[in-house]
Design a protein around this ligand. Structure first.
Ligand code: GLU
Length: 361
């Protein structure tokens, strides 16, 4: 029995782990850990991104006064994360496997140095046989510093750690092509690079977690674009991981995003996931638009820039905006905003965003 992948990131959503009273469905957790242990026996490295801290803490901490949403998240996650990691530690330990906790924040990934540091942490864990169990540090990441949800975090981790596959376990079988209550509705089993299925996706948020299918779709498309296969499947179903990764015992229903065969460089991957840190916007003209959208590797030159919004330093991340106002790319700038404004329209000037640091969406 084998998977095609050397390294897999598995993301488990709060809705998968939510039980009735204790906040954690231990049978489901046990099933997932058993399957990860099995995958390890086949030689696949697994990184686990697990939500469930807030839901777990909420179920055991009684609170007699009304808390604002930030304080509630901080309180519940402080307790819930301890419960969650304890449980994982014990479950992995039964298989003779050690797991370790990585609590991260969006800020800890905001610069290339931070990013490499985080990558080093997970690499050294894996090299020493320790399974990283990752969650956002909900006790300190509040509002604008937060990841959109753990789907976003798992996409970043999969990209950063060069995973071959990202499995997003949720409490639905995948993306439906209509209303799930309708008997004719089916799961969209395969999404190829360039397919746009956004019309089928509802915008409801999950009950316990922060995510929803819309972010899952966005993250999955981006990861697939980077050469990572992404599978959205139902984590409540026993045996689901082995089924979707190894076809055993039978191929369960899931939505599978096929990876692009033109994988991008590591730096570009980092840039692709750095959108949330963008400091400014570069509005470009038709000529630049054509050059960037074409097949040849092109940098963004000052001659193609119409205007600059926001203040940024050299090395910051910016959004690239088309003449009709759409964001078409993200890049790392080679000069600060004052220098960029001065250079607008100049011919023969050095690139504002070099091709190596440019990610086109
Ligand atoms: N980090 C949160 C938790 O562990 C979940 C965030 C999400 O729902 O994606 O409860």
């Amino acid at each position: 029995m084998n998977t095609r992948f050397k390294r897999v990131v598995v993301k488990v959503g709060s809705n998968v782990l939510a039980g009735n009273d204790s906040g954690l469905d231990t049978a489901v957790m046990e099933g997932i850990v058993d399957q990860i242990a099995e995958l390890r026996r086949y030689g696949t490295e697994v990184i686990l991104v697990s939500s469930g801290a807030v839901a777990s803490g909420r179920s055991v901490v009684g609170c007699d006064r009304k808390l604002d949403s930030v304080s509630a998240r901080q309180l519940y996650s402080s307790v819930g994360q301890a419960r969650l990691i304890n449980r994982y530690y014990e479950l992995f330990n039964r298989h003779g496997i050690i797991c370790g906790q990585v609590l991260t924040t969006k800020e800890s990934l905001s610069t290339r140095d931070h990013y490499l540091n985080q990558m080093n942490c997970m690499t050294v864990m894996i090299e020493n046989g320790v399974i990283p169990v990752i969650n956002e540090n909900d006790t300190i990441s509040v509002t604008e510093l937060m990841f959109t949800d753990n789907d976003e975090l798992s996409g970043m981790v999969a990209s950063m750690m060069n995973a071959g596959c990202l499995v997003i376990l949720s409490n639905v079988d995948g993306i439906y092509n209509g209303n799930p209550d309708n008997p004719d509705t089916e799961i969209i089993s395969e999404i190829r690079p360039g397919d746009n299925i956004s019309a089928y996706i509802g915008s409801e948020k999950s009950v316990f977690g922060r995510g929803g299918m819309l972010t899952k779709y966005r993250i999955a498309s981006k990861a697939a674009d980077e050469g990572i296969e992404v599978i959205i499947a139902n984590g409540k179903k026993p045996g689901i991981l082995l089924s979707v990764l190894c076809g055993l015992p039978t191929d369960a229903k899931c939505s599978r995003f096929l990876p692009s065969d033109k994988p991008i460089s590591h730096v570009k991957k980092w840039i692709a996931h750095s959108e949330g840190f963008a400091k400014g916007r570069i509005n470009i003209n038709e000529g630049a638009m054509k050059a960037l959208a074409g097949n040849r590797a092109s940098s963004l030159l000052p001659v193609g820039v119409v205007s600059i919004e926001g203040e940024f330093e050299k090395g910051d991340i910016v959004r690239i905006i088309s003449p009709d106002g759409r964001q078409i790319g993200i890049g790392k700038v080679s000069m600060d905003s004052a220098g960029a404004i001065e250079a607008i329209g100049q011919k023969g000037a050095k690139p504002l965003v070099h091709y190596d640091y440019l990610y086109m969406e």
